[in-house]
Design a protein around this ligand. Structure first.
Ligand SMILES: *Cc1c(COP(=O)(O)O)cnc(C)c1O
Length: 368
């Protein structure tokens, strides 16, 4: 049996006619750029998260980039983030000429360690960018409080993996100054290409993002600022709209799968990244920690069970980013990166769940 790491096929089969209908509508009305589905999706997603504004953009990466541009982040500024994330988080900082300052992670959740944040703040700190890794927001109240104490530094949640998660009764993307998500196909809420969104309740910040998204125009051919071509296609917005019909059910399925995995790992005595099925995570990834990772991965592969490493090398140890080496060292990220391994996860993982756990049990027993 060969199972998918993320099962998008079952979702497609379930939504086929709605997706087809939505795409056909776009082809009929012909407004491929900024068509009516764009505003429809923005309004649905804003009310879903509770944020006042949603600005759809061309990708999760561009959501982060446009947010930093709207804040005026530039040369010699510093932005604090985690080294244990996808490259896009730090890339956008460097692209603007600013410096990423990497703060180590908490070994239990693998999110930025809020207790180490304050030490990294300087007079050049222009933003703090925590990542809601694996679908689980960091301790955002604590991060917001630290940011507020230091002259209201804006906090950007990189919520590329956490759309749908909740934190103290509020939804991810609406937990700080700005939230940025991604609709990359394998994220919890994905489209069939690239897409992303920025969420905020700040009117002038939202306006700046809307202008930057269309080459810095406040009106046609009137460029108030430097921007980029950062729109999300109407067809991709239409696809997300169709997928929204199933999304709450999918979140419930993910939480159930997460709970089953948690029980199975505890039973097997396997160390896991702490994520709870109380919706404080949407389990974008189900990630465990194993010592002899290469061997376990190879044994699972022989059983047709795919795994992935999120992420094998922390960003501050990567050739492109180690030049930004700070005085802060990050031993937790370094050690966790050698152990993490993500198991197949999606809303439709249920039918293959037993096979994965059985495979893991035998892979681990062959180890010892
Ligand atoms: C996927 C991801 C991004 C980038 O999103 P894209 O839509 O692929 O550009 C940024 N940050 C994190 C943490 C991600 O997982």
């Amino acid at each position: 049996m060969n199972i998918p790491f993320v099962d998008l096929r079952t979702q497609y089969e379930a939504l086929k006619s709605q997706i087809q209908q939505r795409i056909d509508n776009v082809l009929e009305h012909g407004q491929y750029i900024m068509g009516p589905e764009v505003a429809e999706l923005e309004s649905r997603l804003a009310s879903y998260t509770g944020a006042k504004h949603c600005i759809t953009v061309s990708s999760g990466t561009d959501a982060l980039l446009i947010s930093l541009m709207a804040m005026g982040v530039g040369r010699d500024d510093e932005v604090i983030t985690t080294p244990f994330t996808f490259a896009a988080t730090a890339e956008v900082i460097v692209l603007l000429g600013a410096k990423p300052v990497f703060v180590d992670i908490d070994p239990i959740t693998c999110n930025i360690d809020a207790g180490k944040l304050e030490l990294a703040i300087t007079s050049s700190t222009k933003a703090i960018m925590p990542v809601s890794l694996y679908g689980q927001p960091s301790d955002m109240d604590e991060i917001n409080a630290i940011a507020a104490r230091h002259g209201s530094i804006p906090v950007i949640e990189d919520a590329a993996q956490s759309f749908g998660a909740e934190y103290k009764g509020r939804r991810s993307c609406n937990l700080s100054t700005v939230g940025c998500t991604s609709f990359f196909p394998s994220k919890p809420l994905g489209c069939y290409g690239d897409g992303g969104a920025i969420f905020t309740s700040d009117d002038s910040f939202a306006q700046a993002c809307r202008e930057i998204r269309v080459h810095g125009q406040s009106q046609r051919y009137w460029h108030t600022r430097v921007g980029l071509g950062g729109r999300m296609d109407t067809i991709q917005c239409a696809i997300v709209l169709a997928k929204l019909d199933r999304f709450e059910w999918e979140v419930a399925q993910r939480l159930e799968a997460g709970a089953r995995y948690n029980r199975a790992m505890d039973e097997l005595g396997v160390k896991r990244v702490q994520q709870s099925s109380d919706r404080t995570s949407v389990f974008a990834q189900y990630t465990i920690m194993v010592e002899n990772r290469d061997q376990v991965q190879a044994a699972l592969k022989l059983e047709g069970i795919p795994t992935a490493i999120h992420y094998p090398v922390p960003l501050n140890e990567q050739p492109a980013y180690r030049v930004f080496g700070s005085s802060l060292d990050t031993p937790v990220s370094s050690s966790v990166a050698k152990q993490v391994m993500s198991l197949p996860m999606s809303a439709d993982v249920g039918p293959v769940f037993e096979h994965v756990v059985t495979g893991l049990r035998s892979a681990l027993s062959n180890e010892s």
